[in-house]
Design a protein around this ligand. Sequence first.
Ligand code: PMP
Length: 431
Amino acid sequence: LTDAEVLRLRSDFPALAAEVNGQPLAYLDSAATAQRPASVLDAEREFLLTSNAAVHRGAHTLAGLATEAFEDARATLADFLGADPDEIVWTSNATDALNLVAYAIGNASRGRGGEAARRFALSAGDEILVTEAEHHANLIPWQELAAATGATLRFIPVDDAGIYTLADAAAALTERTRIVAIGHVSNVTGFVAPVAEIAALAHERGALVVLDACQSAPHRRLNVAELGVDFLALSGHKMLGPSGIGVLWGRAELLNALPPFRTGGSMISTVTMTEASYLPAPQRFEAGTQPVSQAVALAEAVRYLDSVGLERIDARENELAQRMLAGLALIDGIRVVGPAAGVPRAGLVSFDVDGVHAHDVGQYLDAQGIAVRVGHHCAQPLHRRLGLTATTRASAYVYTTTEEVDRFLAAVALVRPYFGVTATTTTGAQA
Ligand code: PMP
């Protein structure tokens, strides 16, 4: 993607034309939530205007149109991941998808799901392995599962930059590891995990692999067969789609053996006053009314990403991240976390400004129309490991211009002088 192409496609994103505090908006917070192209907004509106109805039930024409649109969207997402439509479960976001897996395994561990689900059951001494860099969404559900089953939660430690190696992962796997739950791309460091390699090692020990693809699905081409994982979670709102929709992908054979997490309407085959039998996947995991217009719009977002090309998006974002790293390295008192400059990474950079709290950095940038994220980014253990309570994160996406990155760098250079901080403990150091 060239600057000229990015400038052209920006007109697809009405929200980016905003002014903030008298300045043109520089939206560098796409890792939290992305702006949506008009085609995605229009797709949702069009569906609501022409096809809105409850899906799967109802004999009327609109119900048929709604069901068709909903299932077409599922097929689009399946295609996007190199999967089968029956392996795509709609959820409300990635958090919901990860909870679904953890709680369904908890149910299997209580004996639910019968013989077929025995393979998932955890008991005392079994191990669940995560990393020290996980987003809370891929940590706390596993803490709860460990507490519910007596399993032990272990983690792959990270180094001073917040990253780990395949050797670190191999060292943390044991004969008792039953589940390995890792993030594909860190939302704090931009580190890209060696997923396929870790999955191969985990499978040698018979463990299941759960991938949090929240920060990778928006930016790089994913293929579940190549990744070699068993479950994958993503959120629509980070990939140009609506909020309120996410996806859990799982291997068909596993999904059909896993007991449901939520129960209720639309997920059953027969119900008596004392028991119920469940539909195959994906319906067995889709209890209740689903986010139908959101699914339709998410499919449109996927078409948009495909039309630009994920390989090009990924390459462009790495370039912008390298530009941020190079620029930040020239500014006194900045400590960047994550992989060293030059290492391919996602298009986000988190950093600490010596002597200035991240919230003040965020406010200073906002006054100039520059939107960044500040805080622990739902990764408190990682920040604790790095000796920081909060960082400032700038994240790029398909619509980010070089000029926005340069505006951001120029503004960051003025933060410490603005707050009157002169003593320097770090100089453009890469942590
Ligand atoms: N995992 C990662 C790596 C994330 O960045 C996020 C969003 N910040 C999530 C999980 C959770 O996503 P959601 O809030 O959409 O469920």
